[in-house]
Design a protein around this ligand. Structure first.
Ligand SMILES: [Zn+2]
Length: 435
């Protein structure tokens, strides 16, 4: 039996029962009514409170558009490179309610043209029920490539002291700005009133600020200038010896590079071979023994001597030499005493083995009748004058010859000559082979 049934049956039994107990039962009914009212009031209060909370939540719930924005506010793209447009999406969502959100269409304004340097603004917007979302990205298309400057004329410009500055100029081109030749600024330290070696610089910037500078060597010389420039290859045989160090220091003073045809006649000075290479000179093979009777008795004997010398060179410089000069030169006739025809054979064999052999076309005669620095200087300058490519023979084991070098260099630099070390492409100034 439920409570309700119990109360109903109780009530009916009371009604059918004694009337004398009426007063007590009406008090009971009043109490029950009171309790019902209390329950009702409480229920209303709870409902009101719940409504209030809901109202508050609804009032506090703010809707907004959430946009997936690009990672950065501004990006840089190199001119000509591809720009990848970022994907931007938007959600309409509430802060308290509807928090998963609803996707909203996104519209973009602005484009990026990477073929034109500049600043591009991209704006993405989304709108739903009067709520707007927006995000921005600045794209800077930048030119990072410098203009190109090309020298007109030769790398080395020869000018006559106190004469006209006949600089042929340069051409400057930028892939975006086009021809910038007119904007090129010329700098450097050229003093046309004073013979010497100078640098002239040419500088230009494009509109994006990429700067480039190229330099040209300028030689201010005394007297007429050969427009092509003439070259002197100073070469020194039979060392290293006691005067090699002195010679290296003179060459350094003028930043002149030469060629040493080395021997092992003075093993005490072997480490000078390393020093020659270290200072930028060419180390070439002359002979280990420099003994004609030994090396010219057979081709085997010659190459045994040459290989031994080349091993010493390798040990000193880390590299084998590939230029050779015969003791006595290619035209020597002394070798006939030891083996007929050997020079012809050796010249061919050297070429076959990948060597080049050099003779000379300017003889200082320091191994002949020249006995003083003055004579060496006079011989060399007289024979170099007007010659396009001079290969000068000197010996760094002769002090008077070493002491002529400074004046020879000064004369050459003042008169428009370049001093170069030999390599396999240099003129070899071959003599006529006589054996
Ligand atoms: Zn020699």
């Amino acid at each position: 039996m439920s409570d309700y049934e119990y109360h109903s049956s109780y009530r009916s039994s009371r009604r059918s029962g004694a009337a004398g107990r009426h007063t007590g039962s009406s008090r009971e009914a009043r109490r029950r009514a009171r309790r019902r009212r209390a329950v009702l009031r409480l229920s209303l209060l709870v409902i009101a409170a719940a409504a209030l909370v809901f109202l508050l939540v609804a009032l506090l719930n703010k809707y907004h558009i959430e946009m997936s924005r690009p990672e950065e506010d501004a990006v840089e793209v190199a001119y000509g490179e591809e720009f990848k447009m970022p994907e931007v999406t938007a959600l309409y969502k509430g802060s308290l309610l509807h928090r998963r959100g609803t996707p909203v269409e996104v519209r973009r304004t602005g484009t990026v043209d990477t073929s034109k340097p500049g600043t591009y603004e991209l704006v993405w917007t989304a709108e739903h029920r009067n709520i707007k979302g927006t995000c921005k990205l600045t794209v800077n298309v930048v030119d990072k490539t410098s203009p190109v400057i090309t020298l007109n004329g030769t790398d080395v410009l020869f000018l006559t002291q106190n004469g006209q500055d006949t600089d042929p100029g340069v051409t400057a081109v930028d892939e975006i700005d086009g021809d910038l030749t007119a904007q090129v600024k010329v700098g450097g330290n050229v003093d046309i009133t004073k013979a010497g070696q100078y640098q002239r610089t040419y500088t230009v910037s494009d509109t994006s600020g990429n700067e480039i500078t190229v330099a040209r060597e300028v030689r201010v010389v005394v007297g007429e200038v050969d427009p092509e420039g003439r070259v002197i290859y100073l070469t020194f045989d039979d060392g290293p010896g006691p005067y090699t160090q002195q010679l290296l220091d003179i060459l350094d003073k003028y930043n002149v590079k030469v060629t040493f045809f080395v021997t092992d006649q003075f093993p005490k000075y072997r480490d000078m071979i390393a020093e020659e290479a270290k200072r930028g000179h060419t180390v070439a093979i002359h002979s280990q023994t420099h003994d004609f009777a030994t090396i010219y008795k057979s081709t085997d004997a010659y190459f045994q001597d040459l290989d031994a010398m080349n091993e010493i060179i390798k040990a000193q410089t880390g590299e084998y030499a590939n230029i050779v000069r015969f003791p006595g030169g290619g035209s020597n006739t002394v070798s006939r005493h030891y083996k007929v025809g050997i020079m012809t054979e050796l010249a061919q064999m050297l070429e076959e083995k990948g060597f080049k052999y050099a003779d000379w076309n300017v003889d200082s005669d320091d191994a002949g009748s020249a006995r003083t620095s003055d004579t060496v200087y006079e011989n060399v300058t007289r024979l170099c004058k007007g010659r396009k490519a001079s290969v000068v023979l000197q010996h760094d084991i002769k002090q008077f010859s070493v002491e002529a070098v400074e004046r020879i260099i000064q004369w050459g630099q003042e008169n428009g000559y370049r001093f170069l070390p030999m390599d396999q492409t240099s003129p070899m100034a071959h003599h006529k082979i006589n054996n």
